[in-house]
Design a protein around this ligand. Sequence first.
Ligand SMILES: O=C(O)CCC(=O)C(=O)O
Ligand SMILES: [Fe+2]
Length: 755
Amino acid sequence: MSFQDIEAGFGTSASNNNTTFSTPESPEDAAFRSLQSSLSLQMLKINANVQGILKLVDQLGTGRDSAALRKSLHDLTDSTRAMAKRGSEDLKKLTNQQVKLPHQKTSLQKTSHDFQLSLIGFQRAQQLSAERQRTVVQGVKMAVEDGVEDGEIEQTSTSPSQRQAQILQAQLSPHELAYQESLIHEREEDIREIEAGVHELAEIFRDLGTLVHQQGGMLDNIDYNIQSVHVDTSRAAEELTTAHEYQRRAGRRAACLMIILVVVVAIVLLACETTPIPYSITYHYASSSITRDLILSFFLRKIDAHEKLKVIPVRIELLLSIRCPSGEKAMRVWTSNNMDSPGVGSIMLGTDEHLLLPSAHTLLLNVDDLSVYSEQLEHLPGYFAGGSGGSQLFCSNVKVASPPVPFKELPAWPSNVEAHPLLVIDYELLKAGDKTEIDRLWEAGSTLGFWYLKNHGGEQLFPAMWGMAEDVFALPLEEKMTFEQGDEGLSFGYKAVGHYITDAQGTPDPVEGLDIAKDDALAYPKVARRSYADRVNEHMEPTIAPFVEKCIELSNTMLDIFNDKLGLPAGTLAKFHQRNDHSSSETRTIRAPANLPQGKLAVGGHTDFGTISFLVNNIGGLQVLPPGDTEWRNVRPLPGHVVCNIADALTIFSGGLLNSNIHRVVPPSGAQSAYERWSSVYFTRPSNDTVLQPLLESSIVSDAFNKLTEERQKSLTPGVTSYEWFTRRQKNYRTKNHKGTETWAANRGTENGRA
Ligand SMILES: O=C(O)CCC(=O)C(=O)O
Ligand SMILES: [Fe+2]
């Protein structure tokens, strides 16, 4: 069944409070219910849109205000207006149908009531939008005229426009201010349009007011005075300065109604604990590069993070198992079909029979504490709107972080820059034991030591780490320094710009970073190795832990393959990498600033300290120095592919057969250089007390080892523990510890004298 089917009301059942599945229904009842379902869906969309509008409005007049943002706001408002009109037509039809169906009266009253609540929400959002635009316009005018001096007026005594002017003066250069001024016209046009929309909606209210009257007393028990809303809204359309007062009142009224509604639903919910609990997620998206999978898995992760509701993807897109207070339920997922172009889409979750449910079964999704990122949504924020069947629950206080860079349109790889070829390994084939693919993995590991991995199932988890880090990096520096890595040789925690060296001269690095111990991610909320800021902790369950889990899975699969290829007794490498043994395994997310001068090193030449690394970048900059080569070669990030590389411990264990290759990071080339560079890595490292030495019990390893020069043999037999190896290298990367070229030498791994 497609989303369109649902929208048309086909194939759904039990969407009505009064109807049970076993009751035979007349064709009139069926038609009534079908239209009611469709209207419920419209309401759901309107409510979701309203949340989206409010979030966009929130960004007006801030640093995030842009032409694109206003266009999104404009489009979203327009489409919501169209839905409101369609919905009111449907409600009229429904009212006509009900005349012949007296037993549907209560049900109609409820739908009508809910619909009008949705419209009130929308009207309020429109008014806020107009008011905010107006404040910005006046603020720009005042700021341009320089009528407001910095700090001249106390916050409490200023008008919103004066405050806006102060904000703009503080935020914008004179040039940007002039640009803002040139947009005033456009903004005033926006305001006029919204005002027209407010007026139009007031007309709809008037129409519905008549209907309400016909339906007779349905709203008697709730203070729901649509007429006064109408009066207020008409006035607001003419004179926006009075809108503010109205909004407060209408807001209070709507808030009261919502509270009543939520309480009622919560009570009924408690009474219906054993009924299936479906819910729906509505979202907006603004870029055609956003795929349905991406959005779905994004939301699944968010839901999964919610303690009251566990969603276990059985097969994404098809079937989910939802654990809720009433036990485990199989749920089906429907998605709208037209998701390949920008627009509005919905993901509906429910059992076959319970796609649209009466409000009695509506899930109360408390997302007050949930962070939702607009990471997939270039200009529009992501959000939840839970609910169904004529009763919607808004999810308030959803935090919207700034859209992380990676999802912005980025310039393509420059055509004049050569990308070094890496083998592409298919993870699904590896897992399936495909012999050819396993041989190719071995070939990659034993030559360049770098390869692309595709079909790994972690496509969204890496970029999610950029979003997580962007949120953390936004904290004030003093707060970030409270969980800094320190100079003692452990790398868990925040790393400020300049705290690592990039060369033998001790040149400080330009990147900001955040490392999280595998042990902490798995132990959370317990602390295994160190504590982090709350802002990091908020991301532990939804983002960091799934990322770590995925990388552990990838890592274990490949370790078993290498184990086999090296002729080691089964489980030898696995033993050194036990999930619950403490190690230096960690996530690392780094951000290099845009416009670094060409030639500047972001990360100096090095081999990785551990066993295998998993890396995803948004743009270029990573370079490898292939064996026998004297020129650095560029590694191009491929969408959906993880760049994997062998690290020191595997070179040591394998007697040099597997190659921990030297690499570094430089500023990206061409147009990409104007963008921040983000990378997320997972470093698998042996458990702390693993002794690093060639595993000579295998004849494959010992034969290879015996062929090495004595000097190389020595360098591959450090005989120290993994912990000692790591802390030595890490400690001598710290700028504070740099004394001279000997410090650089002291941080080297298996580079074998190369860089
Ligand atoms: O950012 C990158 O592309 C690579 C970073 C890296 O090599 C490292 O952190 O070890
Ligand atoms: Fe590295």
